[in-house]
Each structure stands twice: as C-alpha cells, then as structure tokens.
Design a protein around this ligand. Structure first.
Ligand SMILES: [Zn+2]
Length: 422
C-alpha cells in the first residue's frame, strides 16, 4: 500500500492509535472552553459520536478535557460532531422537565458542499472532486470570509476542510455564538444569491444598482472565471453547456450570439462576444442588463446549505474528526495558503499513523533525552503529532486559538473590573 493509501477496513485499527497519540485534545478543549469566560460552557456542549455500523450516539457531554479524552479513547468514534451549548448538561437531558432543555448558543457555521454545484461542473459529480472544481471552494471561501469580516465585523473564523468534498466555517466570535435562529437565518439569506433547483434556468437575478456584497463577490469571481469556467469546465466549448449559457441571456441577444458562435469557436472570444452584448444592453435596457454578471455568479458564487447555518442545534462535523470514507482528517485551513491548498495533500489517518512508526532522527532522539526528566503523557502527545503531517495544521489551529485568547483576556478583564465596581 502507498504511504497515503487508505483502506476503510483499517479504520477500526487506526482510530485507537489516532485518539491515543495524535488527536490534539488540549487545543480542542482550549477552543471549546473559550477561555472559561462563561461558566459551564464546555460542560453543556453537545458532542455526538458515530460509531461502527453507523450507530449514532447523541447528547454526549463532558466536564473536563480528561473526561472527553477518556471517553473518546474508549469509544473510538468513526466521526465526531459538535452541537450546541445547552441550558443543561446534554448527557442529563432526560432528567430535565420537558421544554426545559434548550439549545442556547453555538458558533455560526457554514457548510459548503461540492454536490450543490453539480449543475455547473462537468469534471466530476456527486462525491467526487478534483483540482479543477476545487477552485469553487477557493472562490467560496474568499467571498464569504470577506463578507463575514467586513460586513458583519466577525474576526475569529475557522475554516475547516470537511475531509471529502467541501469546507466548513466556524465563526467563533462571542457575538456570533449568541445569535438567535432568526439572526442566523438573516445572515445566511444575506449571503445567499444562487436560488432555485434543477428546473430553474436563471438562478441569479441582479437588479440595479448592484449591492456592494455583489460588487465584492464579482471582483473575486472575475479573477477565477476565465480559467475555471471557460478553460477547465469548457462552458462555451461543449454544445450542451453553450446552450445552457445562452438560455440565461435575453432572447434578442441570444439569437445574435447563436449566429456569432457559428464562426467563433474559441471560448475566450465567445465570452468576449457575450460581454460586448452585455455592455451594449447596459446602455439601453432596464431588464437583463447584468446577464454576463449573472452567468459568472451562477457558475461560481458560493452555494450554502442554509439549513446548517440557521439552526442553533444543528450538528456539524468536528475539526480533526476523520472522514470515514476517505480517511482524511478534517483540518483547519490557513487562508494565507488558500491558493495552494490541495485537498489531496491533506493527510489521511493511515499516513499519520504510519509516520509515527518511522524511525526517529537523531535530532528527535536528543530532544527526547532533554525532555526525559519532565516526561509525561501530555508531553509525549505533543511530540507525537509533531512527527507527522498533522503538525502544520495543529500549529495553525494554535495560532487561531492565540488570536481568540487575546479577545478572551479582554472579556475577563472587563468582567473583573465590573466585579470590582459592585
Ligand atoms: Zn472536478
């Protein structure tokens, strides 16, 4: 088997090793404890585990990092999901009077899944992805990250590769965690532009004047559209996709373009003909004047699973959980390296477990001697993940947590000042 080769049948053998020696429990707890600013925040958080044979265990909760660690090491879940922070401990929800047990807070989350783009990618379909269509995720992240930071003022955004065919965003700011269901829906609706199902020909309809969100999104899309849509997906080369594009332009323009396309086969030149028609239209018509922009957005604008964002009690796959089908770890993504992020480079559980078994270098050995005196289980764990391809993702997660810690410090100071006053 190749070093990254993953066989799902091996998962039961690999998970105990992963949870015992590699899963970054201390960072994980540091994240979900949010600096201990709010009491019982970690205690009242729901975790859910998917065990072998799709056995699904909801409402797990833990009071300490070590309790979480021990339980995960005992259960060896195939998949871990994170839910809301409830009014009571989720594992005691049966003892709470009906109606009393309620989801109170959760990160604002976004789920972008490549399967929602099947009508605009020809390279793959369903669960399959390739480097061509991965561009859609890059575009989605750039557009949403900007909007969440600049239009809403959020700062602590954790982008995570889902392990298979999409990405998740965890907005961890306190203000985001406290949003009501109605406010979450409003944010998700604000960010949604592509509407309608398979039958809808035009899924994006723009009106004058363009909203700043759309202007900003177009600035991103314009950069990627020629390579992604014209070259990689060949939307103006293949007959059936040309027809699909032409169905999105106003009728009078369509006839002219159909004529012009007879003599012009190059996708770039065809796109230029469309743009020329659009700028002519912009001088005269009120309706359909933005059709070339609508085409670009329909092909490239992020498609959100709005229901995931709306619900406070909706579960989402946890960072550092394994994707049981691909074996890839759900790793946090450093947006500074977004352009070069390759989902096929993300380590699989088999790779990192194998890396643990490799002989150690002299440097590592001498480090071992140095640390021998103060050795503890915790220390060994730190060294273990550092010896694998998981290291750079945990390091980035650490940086993300440091950024949040600076804001917790602010909160804790404010709190202690208030306590002094009273
Ligand atoms: Zn593809």
């Amino acid at each position: 088997m190749s070093s990254s080769g993953y066989d799902p049948a091996c998962l039961p053998d690999l998970l105990p090793l992963y949870y015992r020696r590699l899963f970054p429990f201390s960072q994980y707890h540091r994240w979900l404890n949010y600096g201990g600013v709010q009491k019982n925040y970690f205690h009242n958080r729901e975790f859910s585990f998917t065990l072998k044979d799709d056995i699904y265990v909801r409402y797990q909760s833990f009071t300490t990092q070590s309790e979480l660690e021990k339980e995960i090491q005992k259960m060896n879940p195939y998949k871990i999901d994170i839910g809301a922070i409830y009014s009571h401990r989720p594992n005691q929800h049966n003892t709470v009077k009906s109606g009393g047990f309620q989801a109170l807070e959760k990160e604002l989350v976004f789920d972008i899944d490549m399967t929602d783009y099947d009508d605009v990618r020809s390279c793959c379909s369903a669960a399959a992805i390739c480097s061509k269509c991965w561009t859609l995720m890059t575009v989605a992240i750039l557009i949403l990250d900007r909007a969440l930071r600049e239009d809403f003022g959020f700062q602590h955004l954790l982008w995570v590769y889902s392990g298979r065919r999409g990405v998740h965003c965890w907005v961890c700011d306190e203000a985001a965690r406290k949003l009501s269901v109605a406010a979450r829906s409003a944010v998700a609706e604000y960010l949604s532009l592509v509407k309608g199902g398979d039958e809808t020909v035009k899924k994006v309809v723009l009106t004058h004047p363009l909203h700043p969100l759309i202007e900003e999104a177009l600035a991103v899309v314009e950069k990627y559209f020629p390579q992604y849509a014209l070259q990689d997906q060949e939307i103006l080369s293949r007959k059936e996709s040309v027809d699909k594009v032409l169905a999105m332009v106003p009728e009078d323009v369509r006839k002219e373009l159909q004529q012009d396309f007879q003599n012009e086969k190059k996708p770039d030149s065809r796109w230029k003909l469309i743009k020329d028609q659009a700028s002519k239209k912009q001088g005269t018509a009120k309706k359909g004047q933005y059709f070339e922009k609508e085409i670009m957005l329909q092909y490239c604008y992020p498609r959100l699973d709005v229901n995931v964002s709306k619900g406070v009690n909706h579960l989402l796959k946890s960072p550092f959980s394994v994707h049981p089908k691909t074996g890839r770890i759900s790793v946090p993504m450093d947006l500074k390296e977004l352009e070069t992020f390759d989902p096929f480079d993300v380590p699989t559980i088999s790779l990192i477990c194998e890396e643990l078994d490799r002989p150690r270098t002299g440097e590592e050995e001498s480090e071992d001697v140095k640390e021998n005196e103060k050795d503890s289980a915790e220390r060994r764990k730190i060294r273990d993940y550092k010896r694998t391809s998981l290291a750079k993702y945990v390091k980035y997660f650490d940086q993300f947590l440091d950024g949040m810690a600076r804001s917790w410090k602010g909160e804790l100071l404010k709190k202690s000042d208030l306590e002094k006053e009273f």
